[in-house]
Design a protein around this ligand. Structure first.
Ligand SMILES: Cc1cc2nc3c(=O)[nH]c(=O)nc-3n(C[C@H](O)[C@H](O)[C@H](O)COP(=O)(O)OP(=O)(O)OC[C@H]3O[C@@H](n4cnc5c(N)ncnc54)[C@H](O)[C@@H]3O)c2cc1C
Length: 432
């Protein structure tokens, strides 16, 4: 078969790997100038490693991603440092990323609240029955079982940060279950950064005969009934394929393929998601002198964004020519004003967060600023979400769809992009 894949993110690359190994001719169309999608990175000339545009790491539980790396024989290039995630209490930051650290966190006192927090955490870690949880919102389930005080202090900031005020009270509890279940204390990355993995994987796909067309934006996909094929059209012209796999957002699939029946189209367009705005800064000095990696910033305490992440407190600044790399980011609805601000304007908004984390911070510490924005960053799973997930095999014959919006109850990530990309490949192979 001749197969087209739209998107060279981790999902598209993983699907191409299985489809080409099964003997098919695969062409990947990628609008950007490099592979890697949302997990891609960039590099300054004096850096040895790349930095992800949007902060990225793996959990030790990411078995699909780590399994793929093992199949490729590259496991020696994965590292799992133990960085520190911290939470604010009474103006002080406390590590909060293991059961022990959570139990020592003074914010909940040492009475009933801590016991409820511990029991709820334990229950969620131990149970595998997530399905009944999707009938409740995180907000109602947590208030009932952990109590409002515990919920508001420990989990609500995460939910508000990820889903904004609009959706924070609508996200379902199965998502939270999966989030807590998958988390590990050690966090993994690839030597050289996620971009180094993506580039190496793409080069390997080349040896398997996969053709990757960079800087080619697909404009439409049409089913040719008589010929029994699909025509993919880009600025470069049109080409026909036996099967097409789309790995973009649901809204983009709906635009690319208006032939989809109204019911499927309606389902795609009803799926909700958040965008993300992430600023990357190279600094002359270390920001967190305690060496903390991830600061969860509660908006209720007046912080201008969700997270401040010092990448070089996770991997050594030596890989970046001695630069200290810091991210400041937020999940937002695409209409939010942050999407329209210049890097300098947004830096003025984020500046107070830097000063609160280190009062010695000065503007002249900043060597360079980059700003990355995406309208499609985080799907929003509402109550009863499992019935809203579009099938990988669309009603248009030969057209398949594998996106972040179909990852559930797990929080989307490169691990699940690999999983759904490979699952799509299996379904495509079964239909040939
Ligand atoms: C802020 C943020 C933090 C994250 N943190 C983590 C993390 O710590 N760990 C983790 O594992 N994951 C993380 N993720 C999630 C992870 O990046 C995604 O789940 C994963 O990269 C999705 O891969 P994908 O292949 O499904 O989609 P994408 O990476 O979105 O790939 C789709 C590709 O399609 C291309 N495309 C779009 N339209 C067209 C078109 N018309 N024609 C041709 N090509 C097109 C795009 O350019 C893109 O390359 C994070 C994401 C964000 C936004």
């Amino acid at each position: 078969m001749r197969i087209a894949i739209i998107g060279a993110g981790f999902g598209g690359l993983a699907a191409a790997y299985d489809l080409s190994q099964a003997g098919h001719k695969v062409v990947i169309y990628e609008a950007a100038e490099s592979v890697g999608g949302l997990a891609g990175g960039f590099k300054e000339p004096h850096w040895e490693w790349s930095v992800e545009k949007f902060y990225h790491h793996w959990f030790a539980s990411d078995k699909h991603m780590l399994g793929l790396i093992r199949e490729l024989g590259w496991q020696g290039d994965v590292i799992f440092p133990r960085p520190y995630t911290v939470l604010l209490h009474n103006g002080k930051w406390y590590p909060f990323d293991s059961i022990l650290k959570a139990l020592l966190f003074p914010g909940l006192g040492f009475g009933l609240d801590k016991i409820r927090f511990g029991l709820v955490g334990l229950y969620l870690r131990l149970t595998n029955h997530w399905k009944p949880l999707e009938k409740f919102t995180v907000d109602e389930w947590m208030r009932r079982w952990a109590g409002s005080r515990v919920y508001e202090m420990m989990w609500e900031p995460l939910v508000v940060g990820k889903f904004g005020e609009t959706y924070a009270r609508q996200v379902n509890m199965a998502w939270m279950w999966a989030r807590l279940k998958a988390r590990t204390t050690r966090l993994g990355t690839f030597k050289g950064g996620f971009q180094a993995f993506a580039d190496r994987f793409a080069a390997h796909l080349g040896t398997l005969g996969v053709e990757i067309r960079l800087r080619v934006q697909v404009e439409s996909i049409k089913r040719e009934q008589a010929a029994g094929s699909l025509t993919v059209t880009s600025q470069g012209g049109s080409e026909t394929f036996d099967q097409v796999l789309v790995t973009t957002s649901p809204a983009l699939l709906a635009r690319l393929c208006p032939d989809l029946p109204p019911d499927y189209l309606k389902g795609l367009l009803e799926l909700k998601s958040m965008g993300a705005v992430v600023m990357v800064l190279s600094l002359k000095h270390q920001l967190s002198e305690q060496g903390y990696y991830w600061f969860n910033l509660p908006k209720s305490a007046g912080f201008p964004c969700l997270a401040l992440v010092e990448h070089t407190n996770y991997v050594s600044p030596a890989y970046f020519g001695g630069d200290h790399i810091v991210y400041a980011g937020d999940y937002l609805e695409p209409e939010h004003e942050y999407f329209r601000l210049s890097p300098e304007e947004l830096f003025e908004r984020f500046l107070p967060a830097f000063e609160r984390i280190n009062p010695k911070f000065k503007r002249d510490w900043v060597k360079k600023i980059w700003l990355f924005k995406t309208a499609y960053a985080q799907p929003v799973p509402l109550v009863g979400h499992s019935k809203n997930i579009p099938d990988i095999q669309t009603p248009v014959q030969g057209l398949y769809f594998a996106s972040m919006s179909q990852v559930y109850p797990w929080d989307r990530g490169t691990n699940f992009a690999v999983e759904i990309g490979r699952r799509a490949a299996r379904q495509m192979l079964a239909q040939k």
